[in-house]
Structures are given as C-alpha cells and as structure tokens.
Design a protein around this ligand. Structure first.
Ligand code: ADP
Ligand code: MG
Length: 318
C-alpha cells in the first residue's frame, strides 16, 4: 500500500570498474555523513568482496539473507535483508557468495532489473540509497545502474583513470539506452587527492573540460551537467584504518581531515538535492508533507555511441 506522505528517494550508484579508487570508502563515509545531516540512508553492498559490509562492522550472519538472496529470489522482502547500522544508516549486506549471482542470473529475462525491483519496496523509507558497485562492468554493476537514478564516479586524478572513465561512461550510456533512460552521471568524487601536484590539476582540468563539452552535445549524453565535486577527499590514513575496526570515519576519528572532507561533501550533495526538490515544489523540511511521487526532470534521450575522451577533445579542438 503506497504511503502518500513518503519522500522521494535519491538513488545513487557509486561506480568505477577500476578497483582501489575509493568507491567503498566513499559509499560508507559519504553515507554516514549524509545520515549525520539527518537523512535516512540505505547502503547497498553490491560487491562480492563485501568491503562495505565489513567496513560497517556487519559481519556475515549464517542464517540472515543478503543482497544475494534479494537478487536471486524475488520473493525475499527487502525488509528481511536490511540491517540497521546506527542512527540514520541501514545496510543491505553482501557476502562472497554474491560472486555466483552473475552466472546464476544469466538466464533470467529480468536479470538486469532484479535490484531495481527489490528496491521499489524502499520508496518512502529512506532519503538516500547508495549502491557500492563492484570493480567490473558485469551484471551486478548493471543491476546497480538499472536501480539508480544517478551515478557518482569515485576516482583518483591520474591520467590513465581518464581512459577508464570513457569506458565507464560508455556502459552508463548503454544501460541508459537499454533499460534506464533517466540515469544520469551527476559527478566525479576525487578520492585520495593530492591537490598540490601539477599532474592531478591537469587531470581535473581535463575532466572539467570534458563535462563542459557535454553541455552542448546533441543528443545530450547521460553525463550532461555532470561536474567534479568539491571538496576532493584528501589522502588521509585514518580513512584507510577505519574499515578494519568496522567503523565509519565519524566513529573512528571524527576530527580528522577525512571526516571533515566527507562531511563537507555531504553538505553540498544534500543541499543540491534539497534545492532541486525546492525548485520542483517539494517541501523539504517536513518529512510528512511530501508527496510520494515527486515530479522529476524529463528523461533524456538515450545516447548511441560514446567516443573516448581523447578523441572528443580532439574533435572539440582541445
Ligand atoms: P574501491 O572500493 O574502489 O576498491 P576502496 O574504497 O576500498 O576502493 O579504497 C581502496 C583503498 O584505499 C582502501 O584500502 C581504502 O582504505 C584506501 N582509501 C580510500 N580513500 C582513502 C583516502 N582518502 N585516504 C587514504 N586511504 C584511502
Ligand atoms: Mg570497493
């Protein structure tokens, strides 16, 4: 039974097919930061490595269902899988058995949309859903992209990372074209950032030039309007330490630069969404007064092909 007072949920896939770029660190700590700002956050661990689950101190519980059960068996209710973490933060945990889901789902006609269907039950219960995608462009990531409305790309500002972004955007474009036309890339989150090197500044300039060029591109690609988020998340050893304690940075070292960066980023991300809801006439402060279905911007037409970043820049005369 729909709840007419439910708030619209902002569903974001954190995606990058490269491992070790900061996806899980960002999902967990940005999620915790958004929860500290009074929003209800559900983290979905979609990576068979289960790093987000471990980071949140939710160890495997043999008889409890996980995201694997949610994907494999559409009769498993989301509420059976969600575990409360702490104030304002909930988790759909993963275990290593999730790796088998890609092959076990291969013949299912709705294999790309299993997560999307499962999360439909979350409408109204959360303000944000953050999906920690695995470091691949396989079926699990496609489930994340089909379920999400937005994509955040955590990355490190290295030249080679730009090539990876091009491949990643191609996948986003394909999923948007085939299954989820409202999918948008909202922005890049710079992780383990060292703002003082010439190299990282050049990479950030390149990325911004690429996103700027997309503003006038026809047909508009799903990354039209995407930006490089500020602040960048500085390299901070406390962020690397806290997963082994099963704690977010706000529990482990709330005064460190890593906590400050994620909190400031969360303030920005929450403010931009509140502003968007405000523009659409959805009142933000009173939870009970929001309509269930807030009007959302019109979908963009799907894109067809994606040239690599370098050739786009060449075309644009950059
Ligand atoms: P991914 O999920 O993309 O594979 P992780 O979030 O697991 O990447 O990050 C890779 C490694 O880098 C982890 O050991 C993590 O603790 C560490 N790390 C992530 N962000 C930072 C940071 N800002 N400063 C220092 N270490 C970081
Ligand atoms: Mg990870």
């Amino acid at each position: 039974m729909p709840d007419p007072a439910a708030k619209p949920v902002r569903t974001i896939a954190l995606m990058n097919q490269k491992g070790g770029v900061g996806k899980t660190t960002t999902t967990v700590n940005l999620g915790a930061a958004i929860a500290r700002l009074g929003r209800r956050v559900l983290i979905v661990d979609l990576d068979p490595q289960a790093h987000a689950t471990l980071h949140l101190g939710a160890s495997a519980a043999p008889d409890r269902p996980t995201v694997y059960d949610l994907l494999l068996d559409p009769t498993v209710p989301l509420s059976d899988v969600v575990r409360p973490v702490n104030g304002g933060l909930w988790l759909v945990p993963a275990e290593t058995d999730l790796a088998a889901a890609e092959t076990e789902l291969a013949d299912a006609s709705d294999r790309r949309a299993r997560l999307r269907s499962a999360l439909e039950a979350a409408q109204g219960d959360y303000d944000y859903i953050l999906i920690d995608c695995p470091p691949s462009l396989g079926l699990l990531t496609i489930n994340g992209l089909s379920a999400a409305r937005e994509v955040f790309i955590p990355m490190q500002a290295h030249f080679l990372a730009l090539q990876g972004v091009s491949k990643l955007l191609e996948t986003v474009g394909l999923v948007a074209g085939a299954a989820n036309p409202r999918l948008r890339v909202t922005g890049v989150i710079l992780c383990m950032h060292d703002a003082n090197t010439m190299h990282s500044r050049e990479v950030v300039d390149d990325l911004e030039a690429f996103f700027d060029a997309a503003r006038t591109q026809e047909p508009p690609p799903p990354w039209k309007g995407a930006r490089v988020y500020r602040p960048a998340i500085r390299r901070n050893i406390k962020l690397a330490e806290c997963p082994s304690f099963g704690q977010t940075i706000f529990d482990y070292a709330p005064g460190c630069p890593g906590a400050a960066d994620y909190l400031e980023l969360a303030e920005h991300i929450v403010a931009e969404w509140d502003e968007m809801l405000g523009r659409l006439g959805v009142s933000v402060p009173e939870a009970g007064s929001r309509p269930r279905e807030a009007p959302l911007p019109a979908p963009l037409p799907p894109i067809v092909t994606v040239a690599p970043i370098d050739s786009r820049r060449a075309e644009a005369g950059a």
